[in-house]
Design a protein around this ligand. Structure first.
Ligand code: PRP
Length: 218
């Protein structure tokens, strides 16, 4: 049997992804987020885990450096890589939002034309405004997006909202949803063909576990 290389993203999806994969028999010792060891192998089950920066994960899978990976739909839409999306894992639910400081709220979206929008998701933001036919200046940042309108770098932001706490704490309000997202299992296109049986079984097993978890929650 060939090794199956699984890419795991650092950050919010990491712990749940490790837990879920372990439930379907894919685990290895010391798969921890802050591991200094970046490749962790289980010789018995022929599984190899690699831990990557979130935004880079689809690239590892697209080029086949990893056979499969778990990543947010938000990153998939933003990065637009040539990979198969095998399964919606239903956790890590969040939404990409257009938001504005409370005191700068205006009645219509078109009232925000020709303004600056700070975001980590510049491709998604660009598509969103183009579709609406609203011209804006997109400013690409790499984090702490909520800071931008507070210090006058931008008037608006497009950013991920999960609980809404960060927006609230910075006195920002949501104006519109760009899209909803959750964690997805993705596969390299060639790996999917070469390891079809193994991956097909993995998807089936994951579906069963997710269904069980869902029933328990009800
Ligand atoms: C994300 C996002 C928001 C925050 C939203 O940031 O960019 O800042 O989480 O979560 P909430 O709605 O539950 O408050 P992340 O923690 O990934 O860090 P970043 O700001 O450096 O991007």
């Amino acid at each position: 049997m060939d090794y199956l290389t699984i890419a795991l993203p650092k950050g919010k999806l990491f712990a749940k992804s490790v837990e879920l994969l372990a439930k379907v028999g894919y685990s290895a010792e010391n798969v921890v987020e802050d591991s200094r060891k970046l490749v962790i192998t289980n010789e018995e089950t022929k599984v190899r885990f690699i831990i990557t920066k979130t935004v880079d994960l689809p690239t590892y899978v697209e080029y086949g450096a990893a056979d499969i990976g778990i990543i947010g739909k938000d990153v998939l839409l933003e990065e637009d890589k040539d990979v198969y999306e095998l399964l919606d894992l239903k956790y890590g639910k969040c939404r990409l939002m257009l938001a504005v400081p409370e005191h700068k709220r205006r009645p219509n979206l078109t009232d925000y034309a020709h303004l600056r929008v700070a975001t980590k998701y510049h491709n998604s933001a660009r598509k969103y405004f183009d579709k609406l036919g609203i011209q804006t200046e997109i400013i690409k940042l790499n984090g702490s997006i909520e800071l931008a309108p507070i210090v006058g770098l931008s008037e608006l932001i497009v950013d991920i909202v999960e609980t809404g706490t960060t927006l609230k704490e910075n006195k920002l309000v949501e104006l519109d949803v760009v899209y909803h997202a959750s964690a997805r299992l993705i596969a390299n296109k060639v790996s999917f063909k070469l390891q079809f049986e193994r991956l097909n079984k993995l998807v089936k097993d994951l579906r069963v576990v997710l269904e069980e978890e869902n029933t328990k929650c009800k």
